[in-house]
Design a protein around this ligand. Structure first.
Ligand code: ADP
Ligand code: MG
Length: 301
């Protein structure tokens, strides 16, 4: 197969590992810098151009699109879909996953366990918004935050109100969420490839930190999932329409709760914590599934 990895940086662990794994399995793997792709979107024969030339036909693309380039990155991914290239994570699914509110609404519709979450744009009902998710302490999140930045724990209703009003004053979109205290500053990252959890790790926040993000100094270790956790992760990936994703769960008194679904999950933390070769599993999935003209949406929707 001829495979393109859309990535801004060929030196990133995940990008390098995917290329290595694909090549070790006999595939031809190119790393394409997403922002250097350009295209004639009106052409009857869609193509992607790169450094002055039309890109060759690929059997599959693996988009690794950072949160800051979602808009352009999904447009490039969509162009590949229009060309009939198999895209492991369709552009529509990536867009869905980038918006926490939209993701939670979709997951909730399918009955997947979620922390109680509220959303409002005006500050006139902030007290009720807090009460409605169970009262303080609550977690307040910027809708498009990532790596733990923009996730705040408010211990009291008073501080929650003040933080919510401050964010609203800045016209930032936020979620207000029940704080799952019993998770103990830990979450579970489930790496899903093609509808299966292929690796899972528990991330524990640094001492005194409720956020378990590795970027915030958290540490990771391998974890054994319950059947319910496994099913929740698989269902969440399915609802989002992602073949390759990281589903983050909190262990709550009421069972697993999905916090977010990440469409460009990092491979370094999970491969190192579990010793699993996730990159090769991605290519095994492509070997079975990357047929031309078989993406579901082809950029629609
Ligand atoms: P980001 O996209 O920035 O990673 P998350 O929603 O994943 O934002 O939140 C970051 C971390 O904060 C999570 O990994 C988790 O450890 C903690 N956290 C988030 N929401 C809650 C919650 N409702 N209850 C308890 N801990 C939470
Ligand atoms: Mg997270």
């Amino acid at each position: 197969m001829k495979v393109a990895i859309l990535s801004r940086n060929k030196n990133l662990y995940s990008t390098r590992r995917l290329k290595e794994a694909g090549e070790a399995m006999g595939h031809d793997v190119d790393i394409i810098d997403t922002l250097h792709c350009y295209m004639d979107i009106t052409s009857s024969r869609p193509a992607v151009r790169y450094h002055g030339k039309e890109l060759p036909e690929y059997d599959a693309v693996i988009p690794r699109i950072g949160a800051s380039v979602t808009f352009y990155g999904t447009a490039v991914a969509r162009q590949f879909e229009m060309m009939g290239t198999f895209n492991i994570n369709e552009s529509v699914a990536i867009s869905r996953s980038r918006d926490k509110l939209r993701s939670l609404q979709l997951l909730s519709r399918k009955g997947i366990g979620l922390p109680r979450t509220g959303f409002a744009s005006k500050s006139d009902n902030v007290k009720d918004l807090i009460k409605n998710v169970g009262g303080a302490p609550v977690v307040i999140k910027l809708l498009e935050g990532t790596q733990g930045i923009g996730v705040v724990l408010a211990d009291t209703a008073k501080s929650a109100e003040a933080i919510i009003e401050a964010f609203m004053g800045l016209k930032a979109n936020i979620l207000v969420q029940e704080f799952i205290k019993e998770a103990g500053g830990a979450d579970i990252r489930c790496l899903v490839v093609g509808g299966k959890v292929v690796a899972a790790m528990k991330r524990q926040g640094a001492e005194g930190e409720f956020r378990s993000n590795l970027h915030r100094g958290g540490s990771a270790e391998v974890v054994k999932l319950t059947k319910e956790e496994r099913e929740t992760a698989v269902n969440a990936a399915k609802v989002m329409g992602l073949n390759l994703c990281g589903v983050d769960l909190l262990r709550s008194q009421n069972g697993p709760m999905v916090m977010e679904v990440n469409s460009s999950p990092g491979l370094e933390g999970i491969e190192k914590a579990t010793g699993k070769d996730v990159a090769s599993m991605v290519f095994q999935f492509l070997e079975k599934n990357a047929k031309p003209h078989s993406t579901k949406t082809r950029g629609k929707g």
